[in-house]
Design a protein around this ligand. Structure first.
Ligand SMILES: [Zn+2]
Length: 353
């Protein structure tokens, strides 16, 4: 579905009506960046990486199906600003097992266990265990099984169970319904509910990284995660993932982590080249979005953040980059659609005709 079929767009709380009056029964898809911090550093209170995708009818604030993709630091606070109780999440999807995408999971699940032990469980959808070439294993299943372990070790779970034995005896992990799949280079369906279908494809960043796409009658959104090209460094045609490009074909919205070329080895930041090369640059994302016929590109996980003099210990410049610097870089790639340079809680709403 293209822009002309959307009746309204909401960007960071600002509504732009692009068509005739609203029928509140119209299906709608709402995509909110719950956190836009790129990587492990902290900057001005930005929340860790995550995207909330809601689908439903306008009368119900598009909230019949509520999905969280990645759950970095502070996700629970961000959901509270959106008035989304953690007990309302139908499923959580993880692109990869890096703390900047998973730090918020334990507090989210502890809160759900505290008040929602009666259920329902939340689906945790992620890749099966993957053994990396160097022999270590990336394991979403183990992350899930151990999500309450520090609270169990500290005695808190036992103390709270003593107060309220109706809570699930194993702690927060008991509330997960873990749904792993074998990430592959072919698109596969990994979750479905009613009119909402989520597909996934394996992509490169670290071992086990996957990217997702949500299709609904109101539109579609791709969550690229931190994907980069399968070739770990130049020479290569693009820093973006060919698999994510396939997944993005004709999508209304692509949400993707971004790195600005200023962090590249040609600059003076000293940023480690292998870390730079495993992300997608703003310019290459612009080219990818154009080739895939995408209408809206939402940049998230910005490296470096807007206005940051440093990315972690790596210097950018005294004033840092501006929003326009990111837009210019995307436009260099030839993309002519809407670019949203992500800030926490930036939102796009698509409404079916
Ligand atoms: Zn990351």
């Amino acid at each position: 579905m293209k822009n002309d079929l959307m009746r309204s767009l909401t960007v960071a709380g600002t509504v732009f009506l692009s068509g005739a009056g609203a029928a509140l029964a119209a299906p709608c898809l709402e995509v909110t960046l719950t956190g836009t911090q790129g990587g492990p550093p902290v900057f001005q209170g930005q929340a860790g990486s995550g995207t909330l995708v809601r689908y439903g009818e306008e009368a119900n604030n598009c909230s019949d199906v509520v999905l969280q993709f990645d759950a970095g630091r502070g996700t629970t606070q961000q959901l509270s600003k959106l008035k989304v109780p953690v007990g309302k999440l139908d499923a959580i999807f993880l692109t990869h097992i890096h703390t900047d995408h998973t730090d918020g999971l334990s507090e989210l699940m502890q809160l759900r266990w505290h008040f929602n032990s009666a259920g329902p469980k939340v689906d945790l959808v992620c890749n099966s265990d993957v053994v990396a070439p160097k022999g270590y294993t990336m394991s979403c299943a183990r992350l899930a099984a151990s999500i309450g372990d520090t609270m169990i070790a500290a005695g808190e779970i036992a103390q709270r169970l003593a107060e309220n034995p109706k809570r699930l005896p194993g702690g927060p992990a008991d509330l997960f319904n873990v749904m792993t799949f074998d990430g592959a280079e072919q698109i596969q369906t990994v979750w479905e509910q009613g009119d909402v279908k989520v597909t996934a494809i394996a992509s490169r960043h670290i071992a086990g990284h996957v990217s997702f796409r949500v299709d609904t009658p109101a539109g579609s959104v791709v969550i690229g995660g931190d994907a980069g090209n399968d070739l770990p460094k130049p020479p290569r045609a693009s820093s973006t993932s060919a698999q994510v490009e396939t997944l993005s074909e004709g999508a209304d919205i692509v949400v993707h982590s971004v790195i600005h070329p200023v962090m590249g080895p040609d600059g003076s930041s000293g940023f480690p080249p292998p870390i730079y090369y495993r992300q997608s640059t703003a310019t290459d994302l612009g080219s990818m979005a154009k080739r895939a016929g995408v209408s809206n590109l939402m940049l998230t996980h910005l490296i470096p953040p807007i206005g940051a003099a440093k990315q972690g210990p790596y210097p950018v410049s005294d004033t840092g980059l501006s929003k326009q610097d990111y837009i210019d870089s995307v436009r260099e790639g030839g993309f002519e659609g809407q670019v949203i340079v992500g800030t926490d809680l930036a939102t796009l709403r698509l409404v079916a005709p």
